[in-house]
Design a binder for this molecule. Structure first.
Ligand code: SF4
Ligand code: SF4
Ligand code: SF4
Length: 275
């Protein structure tokens, strides 16, 4: 009974390890509270998921996503977008956005893949409430190149601000955070309706995927397929919001680095081939 909740406990302990390490290393209790809160939400959410609660993933998305957007982003004025990552990187400061990227989007995906995208992203927490949970149109693979355009643009904007030695850069980064998020929400919602796919923004435009995709290729946590049990009914492919060819075991399966660990596929598999 209790054994099935061990992964949730381990997840919490992993975040506690990060929380305590950063607290001691940076002499700042914020890191203890921040990572304990996020780890607690993730552990509770995965436990709810294990207990079969259908709202588990939305719960975590809202609890973590709104905390990061409203408290860290708007109240504490930390630019947690990719522009904020470049900003703190150029300043040489190991602060919120840099730590956030290192944990959630660069090194973390080696352990938990694109768990960030499934359980914590404040953009997707809104997009996932739109009507197209299962894509209604075929994926436009070639549009994925737009993510690299967005990635280079975000870098170019911040680099230009530094090169031009603009005054009040910190304040400007805050406004870029507000403007960037508003832009992401509007474009994300428009794309969802145009492509009849809630996650169209994630698939084509999100610049963060330039980090997430290669790192999650090596993810320890992933959906496995026992191909001997698969009867090729195609149900998993139909429900997958990210068009992952999940009925193949290989890491090279089509769109394998798109998996957001939502586990919708495992719920519908009639032969329990996915786990
Ligand atoms: S792909 Fe981008 S927008 Fe989508 S969930 Fe991941 S980080 Fe968020
Ligand atoms: S449905 Fe399965 S393969 Fe698709 S994103 Fe969710 S967990 Fe990954
Ligand atoms: S739902 Fe299960 S049985 Fe059907 S194709 Fe997917 S893995 Fe195979």
């Amino acid at each position: 009974m209790f054994r099935k909740y061990i992964p949730s406990l381990l997840l919490f302990l992993l975040f506690e390890l990060v929380a305590i390490t950063l607290w001691i290393a940076k002499y700042n209790i914020f890191y203890l509270l921040n990572f304990s809160y996020i780890g607690g939400c993730l552990a509770l959410g995965t436990a709810l998921f294990t207990a079969g609660k259908c709202y588990a993933r939305h719960f975590v998305q809202l609890a973590v996503g709104s905390y990061m957007l409203l408290y860290l982003g708007i109240i504490s004025c930390e630019n947690m977008q990719i522009e904020g990552f470049w900003y703190y990187l150029f300043l040489g400061v190991f602060e919120a956005a840099t730590i956030h990227y290192a944990v959630a989007k660069i090194f973390g995906p080696l352990l938990f893949g694109r768990g960030w995208c499934g359980y914590a992203c404040w953009t997707a927490m809104v997009l996932d409430f739109l009507p197209y949970k299962q894509p209604k149109k075929p994926r436009k693979e070639k549009l994925g190149v737009l993510r690299y355009v967005m990635f280079v643009l975000s870098l170019a904007v911040v680099l230009s601000l530094f090169l031009m030695k603009i005054a009040n850069l910190e304040r400007i980064m805050f406004w870029i955070f507000l403007g960037g998020n508003t832009f992401y929400y509007i474009v994300g919602i428009v794309l969802a309706f145009v492509f009849k796919d809630n996650r169209a923004f994630c698939k084509y435009l999100c610049p963060v995927t330039v980090f997430l995709k290669p790192m999650s290729y090596f993810s320890l946590l992933r959906v496995h397929c026992d191909e001997n049990k698969c009867i090729h009914c195609g149900k998993c492919l139909k429900v997958c919001p990210m068009n992952v060819e999940v009925n193949k075991e290989s890491r090279k399966r089509k769109n394998g680095t798109e998996c957001i660990l939502c586990y919708e596929c495992t719920k519908v598999c009639p032969t329990k081939a996915l786990h």
